[in-house]
Design a protein around this ligand. Sequence first.
Ligand SMILES: *Cc1c(COP(=O)(O)O)cnc(C)c1O
Length: 507
Amino acid sequence: MKTNFTQWFLHSSNESKNMYRTLMDRAVALITEQTTSTTHPFSGASHHEIEETVKEMLTIPSAGQKIEDVMEEIQNGIVRNSLWVSHPSAMAHLHCPPVLPSLAAEVIINALNQSMDSWDQSPSATYIEADLINFLTKQIGYLDHADGVFTSGGTQSNYMGLLLARNKACQTYFSINVHKEGLPVEASKLRILCSEHAHFSVQQSAAQLGLGMDAVVKVEVDDKQRLCLSDAKEKIERLREQGLLPFMVVATAGTTDFGSLDCIREIAKLTNEEQLWLHVDAAYGGALLFSHQYRYLVSDLCLADSITIDFHKLYYQSISCGAFFVKDRKDFQQIAYHADYLNSEEDQADGIINLVEKSVQTTKRFDALKLLMTFKLMGTDLLGELIDYTVNLARETALLLKEELSFKVLNDPEINVVLFRYLPLDHREDQAYVDEINLGIQRACYQSGELIMAKTKQNGNVYLKFTMLNPVNSISNMQVHIKRMKKAAEKIEKERGEIRYEYSIHH
Ligand SMILES: *Cc1c(COP(=O)(O)O)cnc(C)c1O
């Protein structure tokens, strides 16, 4: 059998280098072609159409196909029907347009294919991650004994926060090493407090950690959608009266729905007095550390025992990129495992660091390089300016919407989220009707491919949401979208009116 496989691997041969360049060039061409051909953030294709197109693509050949053919299929079947997150009118979720340094870093990350679990698999990358974590702990305001680790994102970071806090609580209250012995029966008494707007991964983590979702006690929010301190105090007291053991508060700096920031200083005072672990989920708001105008909103992050920060949100990194931080590195010992083949005791004696000791992953991506290249090429000043611009744009957009009689804005944006709903001039009180019109607006805009926004529910009512992360977006673009939404709403109302009219004739 004579097969030429060397061209498919990175290798010193010319055919390998040629193939690498060809594939890379084609991949880049596919993307640059898309930047010019997409006027909209989405093609508007229906889920049926997309499902069918993809199905057609999925005939898996036994012999490799021509590069041109495969690339064309990928362009037509995938790229063309992808959500173009770099378009300024894509503003549904906390889903950022990635900066180019991050994309270039991915090329290097992928080719080097370093795994961050043990030093021998990532000799320099290990130190890049460790030193970048060190730099970030300084930005947070943590002292020398702080530490952290890159994660796949906010969900994993929050999970780690709950994991360390749970293990420590079991040691403190029950003198049990959970990592070794498993959960004692009394663990069913453990309780975690967070606000109603905390991310669902808090409950999910509690479930996965054997505490159950019911171990998470939801604290009310105040009129600014922040965790209400007096309610937290009352709930802690009540739990203790019932013989339960509150051990942790999860505060949020930048809630997913409102962008609101819990008051960390006050909460930290409470958790100190009550001897509770404070985890701050700053998956979203953590980027404000580099803001020029709004850094003060996160100046108390350093009071937390542990912190979640996502870089694939307001730090403009491609997915996935996040980190988990602890105030005291000793807390990582709660989860350390010594595998003889990865992080042996001898390594430790030699002063070699193996990041697996701090991670819930084994094989792990070198995502730190993306953030490093972004900081190096763009500088932290520019990053801060981009963040400020987008926050200010969201605030200006909220003002524009407030000037409109037919819109109601639910929040005064602290960061980039604007929550609002269309209120038809007639039938404003008919909530079911208003909900239906708002769902209709969101769907019509998605189907036209012109404006991608999110829908959510607050107090049982449908609201629309802009998450405005893209610094390429502008207030004039937002003016166009407000007109577009009004037009869509009027069209839906007219159609509804005609249906009603016909109904009244025929009945
Ligand atoms: C996005 C988000 C998460 C989840 O993070 P992933 O990176 O999606 O896993 C958790 N908390 C908050 C506040 C978030 O905004």
